[in-house]
Design a binder for this molecule. Sequence first.
Ligand code: AMP
Ligand code: TRP
Length: 327
Amino acid sequence: MKKRVFSGIQPTGNIHIGNYLGAIKRWVSMQANYDNIFCIVDLHAITVLQDPKVLKAKIRELTGLYLAAGIDENKSIVFLQSHIHEHSQLAWIMNCFIPMGWMQRMTQFKEKSAKQKETVSTGLFDYPALMAADILLYKTDVVPVGEDQKQHVELARDAAQRFNNIYGETFVLPEPLIAEVGARIMGLDDPTKKMSKSENAPNHAIGLLDTPDVIRKKIMRATTDSQTTVIFDTTRPGIYNLLTIYQTLTGENKKDIEAKFEGKGYGDFKKALAEVVIESLRPLQERYKELTADPGHIDAILKSGADKARPLAEKTLAEVKKRIGLG
Ligand code: AMP
Ligand code: TRP
């Protein structure tokens, strides 16, 4: 039997090359070897205020991007979190098993709430309980995510263990799966900060739907330093980040890449990188256009995905309720 994979992305902001390299591209490459479920996590998205029209459009956009990147709805289940009520129900139950102290250690909440101060929602604090529910409902073995989500997956695992200890073996203990390269792509404007969907600076991120001209401009303007050699040197975060993007997209090893750019400067390397990014995204962008020409097509895929996921979620929730003694 194949191992179960579950992962998801929030339908907010502009999906960028960090999301692609840290998550979606890896899901595609793992697809054949696992039993996969990929979710569009709209309930997580509302932990910060969203415009309803924009949210609706972003759900279709993200689904289109999953499919255009190569997630095959016949090989993997692709569905929308809010279509399956069991996610909210199990999230409440997990709430009651996750100690406050565990939640208070989550670094993502600390970072996000520092920006929002007192307007921060309870949902944002509680977000890891919903994420644990997502993962545990499907008896997930492996959760492929970027580095920033590792702590949340570990919390889901600890919560599952705690539940199993109290009520007997119910949940499978999930493992985070983090890539060696590409798990933390940095911002082009500031390579000391993670590339983020919620950052609005114009040169911060490469969007998956950016045009070739925009991609060239953003890469040529990317922050580097005053040195010249094109080598993987962690003390030079700007060029290191660009080289990592090159490496993840081409699959070449570090030595070969350094040899290719020996004697050349940052400008030559940036030009080459821009072409690699443009050519890597071209097929995805073309498929995206075809797929989204009819929004009804995307909606139908989400509906059929929910029909496949629902029985699995219902089965786990029924088991959990029985263990606890709920009605
Ligand atoms: P988010 O943008 O927080 O919804 O993240 C969606 C997925 O992309 C998660 O698996 C993240 O860990 C991953 N991800 C987000 N930002 C980056 C980044 N800068 N580098 C690599 N992976 C990322
Ligand atoms: N919290 C994740 C993020 O922001 C998204 C997410 C929600 C997720 N539920 C999940 C990822 C379950 C993996 C598994 O990136």
